[in-house]
Design a protein around this ligand. Sequence first.
Ligand SMILES: Nc1ncnc2c1ncn2[C@@H]1O[C@H](COP(=O)(O)OP(=O)(O)OP(=O)(O)O)[C@@H](O)[C@H]1O
Length: 219
Amino acid sequence: MENIELKRVLPQVFRGSEKEAPVKDSELWLRESVVFSRGHNYIIEAESGTGKSSLCAFIYGSRRDYEGRILFDGQDAAALSIDRWCELRRRSLAYLPQEMRLFPELTVMENVMIKNRLTDFRSGDEIRRMLSRLEIEGKAGERAGRLSVGQQQRAAIIRALCQPFDFILIDEPVSHLDARNNQAVASLIAEEAGRQGAAVIATSVGNKIRLEEFELMRL
Ligand SMILES: Nc1ncnc2c1ncn2[C@@H]1O[C@H](COP(=O)(O)OP(=O)(O)OP(=O)(O)O)[C@@H](O)[C@H]1O
């Protein structure tokens, strides 16, 4: 997939408040055309409650409560078959939801391997190297529910990277990370996206992922 276009998209919850914040000043909501293209990085910055997680869920297809249209290479996402959605999520769209959705009773490695067994995308060595780069290799055998939130974010990022993608949606990926870990996460994601010629779409409520080059958009 080369591009994702939003055409006059608005969460239904904001219907009727088009002339008020956050819709009035938004660079995304209700805009005629907003295009995200492969090979570029985007950071979508906004205050809490303005719809960052909703936007990610709309693009990922896990929520449909929006008006307007989302187009994948010109095709309306709302009209895609289940098979096409499965294919897109397997090969084109990676997603790190804000709440991470790790299985708390499973270890970090089990959480990562559940995904990787489905995609068969990473070798054991690659996974160990990613754990080590994000400094959680010592937590591989620990239950995810017993990790700090920042450690869980790093585990969930590694899991999200266990698939090929054209676009990776990462919803507030570094909200609990210090500057050094933010840098480590940013360079890992940028490297993987660069290798695949993919796009990064990251949201931020303040603590931005430290990508070197990005387009900043105000939601
Ligand atoms: N599953 C849902 N269905 C319908 N409305 C929702 C849903 N989740 C959130 N909303 C509403 O959408 C609006 C935006 O919420 P959202 O979680 O997208 O904001 P956010 O910018 O990600 O906030 P935060 O930075 O606090 O995580 C809120 O008014 C919220 O009540």
